[in-house]
Design a protein around this ligand. Structure first.
Ligand SMILES: NC(=O)c1ccc[n+]([C@@H]2O[C@H](COP(=O)([O-])OP(=O)(O)OC[C@H]3O[C@@H](n4cnc5c(N)ncnc54)[C@H](O)[C@@H]3O)[C@@H](O)[C@H]2O)c1
Length: 379
C-alpha cells in the first residue's frame, strides 16, 4: 500500500490525535494509502519524547524549518496556536509539502488572506483544513437528506458547538484565552469552522449577520498564583441571513465555550417545509428526521445508525461511532485525496471554505461589537 510520509508541527493535543489515528490505520478496511509519521516538531522537547517513544526513529526538531528541509516529508500536519498559522502554512507550501492545516487557517481575515495567496501560488499541493465532526455517520445522514432535496424550502438551520469547561473561573488560562495568540474572534475562532463547514459545503452562504458576543470570565489564574486578564469572547450566537431563490432563511450559529453541562456537543438541525433533520454528538449513533406531506402527520423518526462511516472499518455495524473515529475518518478522507481518490465524496474542508468562514466571523465580530447587522464580505 502507498505510504504518505508526514511531518507534524505542533505536538500538543491535536498532533497526538493524528498520531493515534495513524497508529490504528489497520482499523480501516481498504484504504488507498496509509500515513507514516517520519518527523515531528515542537518548541517543547518533552512533547516530542512521546512520539519518539511510540514511533521509533523519527526526526525530532524544535525548528520547523528543519522539518520542512527533510526530503522524506511528503505532507505536513500543522497544529499550532492560531497566531502562527499565517507564518507556517505558507512556509510549508513553499517547501513543496502538502498541507493539512488546523482551523481557523489564520488568526484573522488578514492572516487568512496571506495563507490563501500561498495556497493559490501552489495549485499542485493538496491543502485542506481540519474539521472532523461532519464525519459522524449521523451528520452525513443530515447532509445526504439535504442533498436529496427532501427538506424543501428551508425554514431555519441551527449549527452549534458547545463546550462547558470554561464555566469554572478557576480554570488556569491557556493560549486559547489570550487575544494575542488566539485572535480577536475568541470562541468563534476556536469553534467557527466546526459550525460553518457543513453549511458552507451545502451552499448556505450568509449575506448578513447579527451576533451576540458574551464575555463572562474576565480574569483567570495563570497557574503561578496570579490572576491575569482573560480577553477572549466566551460565547457567540450568530444569527445569519441566508439568501435563496425562494427567500431568506435564518441560520443560527452557536460557538459557546460556556454552555452549562455540555462537554463537546456538535449539532446540526435543518427545518424545512417538506422535511427536517437533526444530529447531535450527544446521541452519536442516532439521527432524527421527518418527512412531511401536505396535511399529513408531522412525526419525527429516530434511526440507530451504529458504525457506518464513509470509510469502512472493522468495527461491526451495530457499535457506536465516536470522536476518535471522526478524527480518523477525516484523515482517511485527506489521505485518500493525496492518493488520488475522491475522499468518498466528502473531502475535508477546502481552503476556500476556511476563507468563507473568516468572512462570516469577521462580520460577526463587528456585528457583535457594534450591535448591528453587518454584510458579509466574501471578497
Ligand atoms: N479539530 C479540532 O477538533 C481541534 C481541537 C483542538 C484544537 N484544534 C486546533 O489545533 C491547533 C492546535 O491546538 P491544540 O489544542 O493542539 O494546541 P496545543 O497547545 O495542545 O498544541 C500546540 C502545540 O504547538 C506547539 N508550538 C507552539 N509554537 C511552536 C513553534 N513555533 N514550533 C513548533 N511548535 C510550536 C506548542 O508547544 C504546543 O505543543 C489550533 O489551530 C486549534 O484551533 C483543533
Amino acid at each position: 500500500m502507498q505510504e504518505i510520509r508526514f511531518g507534524i508541527i505542533g505536538c500538543g493535543l491535536m498532533g497526538r490525535e493524528f498520531a493515534s489515528a495513524a497508529a490504528r490505520w489497520l482499523h480501516l478496511t481498504n484504504p488507498k494509502a496509509k500515513p507514516r509519521i517520519v518527523a515531528v516538531c515542537d518548541t517543547n522537547p518533552a512533547l516530542m519524547d512521546w512520539f519518539a517513544t511510540h514511533l521509533g526513529a523519527i526526526q525530532t526538531t524544535t525548528d520547523y524549518h528543519a522539518l520542512l528541509a527533510n526530503p522524506e516529508v511528503d505532507a505536513v500536519y500543522c497544529a499550532v496556536p492560531h497566531v502562527l498559522h499565517a507564518q507556517m502554512y505558507p512556509d510549508i507550501l513553499a517547501a513543496g509539502k502538502h498541507l493539512f492545516g488546523e482551523k481557523p487557517f489564520g488568526m484573522d481575515a488578514a492572516q487568512n488572506r496571506a495563507i490563501m495567496a500561498a495556497v493559490a501560488a501552489h495549485p499542485d499541493l493538496i491543502v485542506r483544513c481540519s474539521s472532523e465532526m461532519p464525519f459522524y455517520p449521523g451528520a452525513q445522514k443530515v447532509i445526504d437528506f439535504v442533498n436529496s432535496g427532501a427538506v424543501g424550502e428551508i425554514l431555519e438551520v441551527e449549527a452549534s458547538f458547545l463546550h462547558s469547561s470554561d464555566i469554572n473561573p478557576d480554570k488556569v488560562i491557556n493560549w486559547k484565552r489570550m487575544q494575542a495568540v488566539n485572535g480577536e474572534y475568541g470562541c468563534m475562532g476556536d469553534l467557527g469552522m466546526h459550525v460553518l463547514h457543513v453549511p458552507l459545503r451545502l451552499g448556505w452562504r450568509p449575506d448578513t449577520v447579527q451576533a451576540s458576543l458574551v464575555k463572562r470570565v474576565s480574569q483567570r489564574p495563570d497557574g503561578k498564583g496570579n490572576l491575569v486578564p482573560c480577553e477572549t469572547w466566551d460565547n457567540a450566537t450568530i444569527t445569519a441571513r441566508v439568501p435563496t431563490d425562494y427567500g431568506n432563511f435564518p441560520m443560527v450559529l452557536k460557538t459557546w465555550r460556556i454552555a452549562p453541562g455540555e462537554a463537546n456537543t456538535w449539532s446540526l438541525r435543518v427545518l424545512g417545509m417538506k422535511g427536517s433533520a437533526f444530529f447531535t454528538t450527544k446521541s452519536p449513533r442516532q439521527w432524527q428526521f421527518m418527512h412531511y406531506k401536505n396535511g399529513g402527520n408531522q412525526t419525527w423518526q429516530t434511526e440507530d445508525l451504529g458504525y457506518t462511516p464513509l470509510f469502512p472499518g472493522l468495527t461491526g455495524g451495530i457499535f457506536e461511532f465516536g470522536f476518535t473515529d471522526a478524527i480518523q475518518q477525516m484523515w482517511a478522507a485527506y489521505i485518500d485525496e493525496l492518493a488520488g481518490g475522491d475522499a468518498a465524496g466528502f473531502p475535508c474542508a477546502h481552503p476556500s471554505e476556511a476563507a468563507a468562514h473568516h468572512a462570516v466571523l469577521t462580520a460577526a465580530l463587528t456585528a457583535g461589537r457594534e450591535n448591528r447587522t453587518v454584510a458579509v464580505d466574501y471578497a
